[in-house]
Design a protein around this ligand. Structure first.
Ligand code: NAD
Ligand code: ZN
Length: 354
């Protein structure tokens, strides 16, 4: 079978591989819709998780079940499924402690396109199908549903980790698809004022549709200064969803006492990350910094699918570039790398009729 792979750091291309094998609890899935992630860009072109050889990329997919192991109870060949980016080992110590994305070590729940072949293959393997897959509700469009496995679960986690209370002031730094998911999450959690920090017009348009009340351009001056000027003493929650290491300085400086800086950004380079000493109250400001890798799991996918199904937000607004055909995965990934100004998220529809 064919797959689009990271050949080594800085190089991608098509590879031929044997079909994946599967155990009694596992499934083999064929993709029906795919999307590349900015994390794939960090992985290939920054070498952010280290060297990889001929590893098939991709971790955002909807699929149709091809085969299931003998012990799989709730899925059968032909079923359409949502495939989470994160497919933990649920029967592990970290999962039992409540941190399923970190099973087997930091980020260990992230298997696809990290240390296992990803979803940009004609077929891919899913461990423990009953726990890691969710049925795809027929009411959802493929363009909307393909945002669930990563963009929505990540953005919503950003809002959840930020502990947003009803009426809270929130700032979202970075309004690509992950930050836009966080804005929608803040709105769903009942935020009052929501600052969207970004510049691209298409992203700003969708940010407003998802609930942003104020737009701040980080190119028109210091982000924290602009937020402090508008609020007096800062916001209750800052969600970091873009930028380089220095963005944490803006985030902490824009926060007030009791605030959570909720990071969902992937820092692809550098050894350490700066925190502003004074802005952090010389270490005693009652400003927490939270981190997380997006939750996977069947229940999480089903819950987010409900939000889409009942029209609480429309993730299809983020699908700005829609390709058709498996071979277009390459174009979609390169578009994600180049990030033209009118891009939010490229999506590849493999076959509407599968
Ligand atoms: P993106 O590149 O589309 O969006 C980030 C945006 O931030 C860009 O538009 C960029 O111009 C902007 N930006 C740069 N500097 C900024 C600044 N100083 N202030 C405000 N904005 C600034 O990326 P994305 O696809 O939305 O992903 C965002 C991050 O989330 C990536 O690093 C990605 O790898 C990561 N990610 C994390 C998880 C997780 O589980 N935590 C999951 C998926 C993706
Ligand atoms: Zn991702």
């Amino acid at each position: 079978m064919k797959g689009f792979a990271m050949k080594k750091i800085g190089e991608v291309g098509w590879v031929e591989k044997d079909e994946p094998k599967y155990g009694p609890y596992d499934a083999i899935v064929k993709p029906i819709a795919l999307a590349p992630c900015t994390s794939d860009i960090h992985t290939v072109w920054e070498g952010a998780v280290g060297e990889r050889t001929d590893m098939i990329l991709g971790h955002e997919a909807l699929g149709v079940i091809d085969k299931v192991g003998s012990e799989v109870k709730d899925f059968k060949p032909g079923d359409k499924v949502i495939v989470p980016a994160i497919t933990p080992d649920w029967y592990s110590d970290a999962a039992l402690r409540g941190f399923s994305s970190q099973t087997g070590g930091a980020l260990g729940g992230w298997k696809f396109s990290n240390f296992k072949d990803g979803v940009f293959g004609e077929k891919f393997h899913v461990n423990v199908a009953d726990w890691n897959l969710a049925h795809l509700p027929p009411e959802l469009s493929l363009e909307a549903a393909v945002m669930i496995p990563d963009m929505l679960t990540t953005g919503f986690m950003g809002a959840e980790n930020a502990k947003i209370e009803i009426g809270a002031k929130v700032a979202v730094l970075g309004i690509g698809p992950v930050g836009l998911g966080a804005i929608a999450g803040a709105e769903l959690r009942g935020a009052g004022q929501i600052f969207a920090v970004g510049t691209r017009p298409k992203c700003i348009e969708v940010a407003k549709a998802y609930g942003a009340t104020d737009i701040v351009s980080y190119k028109d001056g210091n982000t924290a200064d602009q937020i402090l000027e508008a609020t007096g003493d800062g916001v209750d929650a800052v969600i970091v969803a873009g930028g380089g290491a220095d963005i944490l300085v803006d985030a902490v400086n824009a926060a007030r006492a009791g605030s959570v800086v909720s990071n969902i950004n992937y820092f692809g380079t550098g050894d350490t990350l700066p925190i502003p000493r004074e802005g952090w109250g010389v270490g005693m400001a009652d400003i927490d910094i939270a981190t997380g890798l997006c939750p996977g799991g069947r229940v999480r996918m089903e819950r987010i699918a409900e939000i889409v199904k009942y029209g609480r937000m429309d993730p299809a607004l983020m699908a700005t570039h829609v390709f058709h055909g498996f071979d277009k995965v390459e174009d979609a990934l390169m578009l994600m790398k180049d990030k033209p100004r009118d891009l939010i998220k490229p999506v590849v529809i493999i076959d509407e009729n599968l």
